[in-house]
Design a protein around this ligand. Structure first.
Ligand code: 5AD
Ligand code: SF4
Length: 477
């Protein structure tokens, strides 16, 4: 198959931050492409963070606008799209594995159109590999071209060639694109895109472009619309939500946005992800003052050692982090705090790792995503010397997880005997006699009930037993 190489990614360009202002466009479907999906089905495989889940809802919305309907079976679809993640090597390996399966599907059904999007195509290496080793992929596009999907699909149908369009721009904002939301009671709401932090291990600032905030009016209008449609919960999304508004050059900050969104009537507001350096007092006060802002914060610390934090370019010290935790615990009594931690950063010593364990003991995180450092080509950390063996890294991860689990359990146990409010998600995976959902503190709660009318509602549950990964309870009036 020949290639239409419209545009290829470049990590050097992706690093540049020259563009002063962010252009905002209104999404409009070109009449030329209307109905190209008529009579056809689609399936989207989504990997990675909530940002990708939100993007997949836009992709689904655009596809449905073109006439496609969701396929009953993933591999029976006419269009299969993989929305990919590049954050760690094992995330990418999973995707290479799925592509292996799709090769067989394509051999049996040559008319199926296979597309890849998300963060992986933004990496030069991954796109080169896709082009050389996966010739059955028809369409490759990046995080900045979702809104061009109708045009790209049209190209893929009409030209007998692979369509590759991955641009490394700093990014724009699109308003008004259709969305097919997965849930009718909780919603993702993007408040900003991109990241300007350049933590030395992280590929995201290259794959997602520069920090750019949506106008507050657009965000507030979206949340009001969700309230009118009966939504109970929104999760505000951004790689670093605490930097909201900085690129707009106004004094209006993330804390201001929380106060304003609290007035919309939405029952629950969550947000992710926060950067400890940018988390400010106004945000903490908003968590204290606004009943809708939930008493849970995910505040990635990454390491409990100042030397490693410096090498990571995190721009805060452990002491500064701990001071913010102390303020949070004082202003928002009972707050639940979770985090992300990387072990085995290049040349991490036993002592540096022990400092991370010490910090976990001090903060008593009620949950943590823990990762072994994964080298990402093109990032500054990829060039750092790393003499720590894989065996040591795995052993450190095990020790860390053991400690983290202890506090997970304590975080669930502390609610025993209390009545908590749970937004019901559906039937528990492990027990068909139970329903499950999340409490205000983001605790997963299971309780006996078969009443499916409770799904999407907030109910009172008395916690009877805290376990490591969830809590058991009983419905109360
Ligand atoms: N290796 C391991 N973990 C990483 N993360 C980001 N980049 C890497 C990497 N190269 C982790 C960080 C971040 C989370 C989303 O993923 O902990 O907070
Ligand atoms: Fe990656 Fe750091 Fe940006 Fe988070 S803040 S997305 S870890 S560069």
């Amino acid at each position: 198959m020949s290639k239409i190489k419209l545009s290829m990614p470049n990590l050097g360009d992706a690093r540049s931050r020259k563009q002063k202002e962010t252009p905002t466009f209104s999404y409009k479907l070109n009449n030329e492409y209307k109905n190209i999906g008529y009579g056809k089905t689609y399936h989207i495989f989504t990997y990675g963070c909530q940002g990708n889940e939100a993007d997949s809802e836009v992709i689904a919305g655009i596809l449905e606008d073109l006439g496609y309907v969701k396929a009953a079976e993933p591999y029976a679809a006419d269009v299969v799209i993989l929305n990919t993640c590049a954050i760690r090597e094992n995330a990418e390996n999973r995707i290479w594995g799925v592509l292996g399966n799709l090769k067989g599907v394509k051999a049996q059904r040559p008319n199926i159109l296979i597309g890849i999007c998300g963060c992986m195509p933004q990496e030069e290496n991954a796109t080169n590999k896709l082009m050389s080793s996966y010739p059955f992929v028809d369409l490759i596009f990046g995080t900045h071209n979702i809104y061009d999907l109708p045009k790209l699909l049209n190209e893929a149908y009409h030209k007998d060639a692979k369509v590759i369009e991955v641009i490394s721009t700093e990014g724009a904002i699109y308003e008004g694109a259709p969305k097919h939301r997965e849930s009718n009671y909780k919603a993702w709401v993007n408040i900003m895109f991109g990241c300007d932090e350049f933590c030395t291990y992280c590929i995201v600032p290259y794959t997602r472009g520069k920090e750019r905030s949506r106008a507050k009016e657009d965000i507030i209008a979206e949340v009001k619309d969700l309230v009118a449609k009966g939504y109970q919960e929104v999760t505000l999304l951004g790689q670093n939500v605490n930097a909201y508004g900085k690129d707009l050059g106004s004094d209006y900050t993330f804390g201001d946005l929380l106060y304003d969104l609290d007035k919309t009537g939405i029952k629950r507001i969550r947000y992710t992800t926060s950067h400890p350096r940018d988390l400010d007092l106004k945000t903490i006060y908003a968590m204290r003052d606004c009943p809708s802002v939930m008493p849970h914060l995910h505040l990635p610390v990454q390491s409990g050692d100042n030397h490693i934090l410096k090498k990571m370019n995190r721009k805060y010290t452990c002491e500064e982090y701990l001071a913010k935790i102390a303020t949070l615990k004082k202003e928002v009594p009972g707050i639940s705090i979770t985090t992300d931690i990387i072990v085995g950063f290049p040349n991490e010593t036993e002592e540096e790792f022990a400092n991370t364990l010490k910090l976990v003991d001090e903060v008593k995180f009620e949950g943590a995503f823990t990762f072994i450092y994964s080298k990402r080509e093109g990032t500054p950390a990829a060039k750092m010397e790393d003499l720590v063996s894989d065996e040591v890294k795995h052993e450190r991860l095990d020790r860390l997880n053991e400690l983290v689990d202890k506090y997970y359990l304590a975080g669930n146990k502390r609610f025993e005997g209390q009545v908590v409010k749970v937004l019901v998600d559906g039937v528990s995976k492990n027990n068909p006699d139970n329903l499950c959902g999340y409490s205000e503190h983001l605790k997963l709660v299971h309780f006996p009930s078969k009443d499916m009318s409770l799904v999407g509602k907030i109910v009172n549950v008395k916690i009877t037993e805290g376990k490591t990964w969830f809590a058991l309870g009983e419905l109360v009036e």
